[in-house]
Design a protein around this ligand. Structure first.
Ligand SMILES: NC(=O)c1ccc[n+]([C@@H]2O[C@H](COP(=O)([O-])OP(=O)(O)OC[C@H]3O[C@@H](n4cnc5c(N)ncnc54)[C@H](O)[C@@H]3O)[C@@H](O)[C@H]2O)c1
Length: 261
């Protein structure tokens, strides 16, 4: 358990918490005394719940598809039903499904990318607002990406550009309600192999080459010449979520080893 207890009794929704950065955020919030609502559409989220409970943390899971507004509403309803309020929303669902030059994307693939990497954040922000306005307090942290300036994933880049825009504008619109909204522009992050793949189809040689170009471009643009760790992303996300960032709103912080996105 962590020595710091920044989230004691705070009710925190973490979306996409079955693996990767979202899992790391949920584990750390629980370690720091928060009550966590872990939302994911994968049943692997139950394994994270067991880990948190075995360490004495307080959490519940909800299975929801956050590409739909109904899914986002169900997550907020679960938080209020179980814990009576929502203090913090961490919008982590997202991720590029395909990596290839824009002219290779079909219409259907472009729609799927925007549904995966813009809509879950847009829906969850909309769904949580009534509760936060009523409380006259709340914190939202959106997980964006340095890929807003990057090759071979234009629909994803555009989606995360949308996340950055909604972060600034929502912060502006609702500061009067005591709501802070910030984002982390996550850089390339090392992670164990994904249990839930972003794209289950085997990659062709072209697709492997295009993905390698993304890795090379990401490392080339960092000052530090390496990928970050999940822990380095969790630290920045939870700084923004905590009262340590009480005078920050509408900001997008790059956590990319010097790559500003
Ligand atoms: N990993 C990186 O290198 C990297 C780099 C930049 C930005 N990011 C951003 O960080 C965030 C997390 O990335 P990650 O690599 O840890 O993610 P991941 O792909 O490993 O995991 C995403 C999680 O979200 C869940 N999910 C996906 N679609 C969902 C839906 N429609 N409804 C509910 N749950 C859904 C999945 O089941 C999974 O548990 C994403 O927003 C991603 O764009 C990641």
């Amino acid at each position: 358990m962590s020595n710091r207890q920044r989230f004691t009794d705070k009710v925190v929704i973490v979306t996409g918490s079955a693996q990767g950065i979202g899992r790391g955020v949920a584990m750390q919030v629980a370690a720091e005394g928060g009550k966590v609502i872990m939302a994911d559409r994968s049943e692997y989220v139950e394994e994270v719940l067991k880990e948190i409970q075995s360490l004495g943390g307080d959490a519940v899971t909800i299975n929801a598809d956050l590409e739909t507004y109904a899914g986002a509403q169900a997550v907020v309803a679960k938080a209020i039903e179980h814990y009576g309020r929502v203090d913090i929303l961490i919008n982590n669902v997202g991720g590029a499904i395909w990596m290839k030059p824009f002219e290779e994307f079909s219409e259907e693939e472009i729609i799927k990318e925007v549904n995966r990497s813009l809509f879950p954040t847009l829906w969850c922000c909309r769904a949580v607002l009534p509760a936060m306005i009523k409380q006259q307090s709340g914190v939202i942290v959106n997980v964006s990406s340095i890929a807003t300036r990057g090759i071979n994933r234009i629909p994803y880049s555009a989606s995360k550009g949308g996340v950055n825009a909604l972060t600034a504008s929502l912060a502006f619109e609702h500061a009067k309600d005591g709501i802070r909204v910030n984002a982390v522009a996550t850089g390339g992050t090392e992670a164990p192999p994904r249990k839930v793949p972003r794209n289950a189809a085997p990659l062709s040689q072209n697709e492997k080459d295009w993905m390698q170009q993304v890795v090379d471009q990401t490392i080339d643009r960092t000052f530090m010449g390496r990928y970050g760790t999940i822990g380095e992303q969790v630290n920045a996300i939870l700084f923004l979520a905590s009262d340590d960032a009480s005078y920050m709103t509408g900001s997008v912080i790059s956590v990319g080893g010097g790559d500003q996105g």
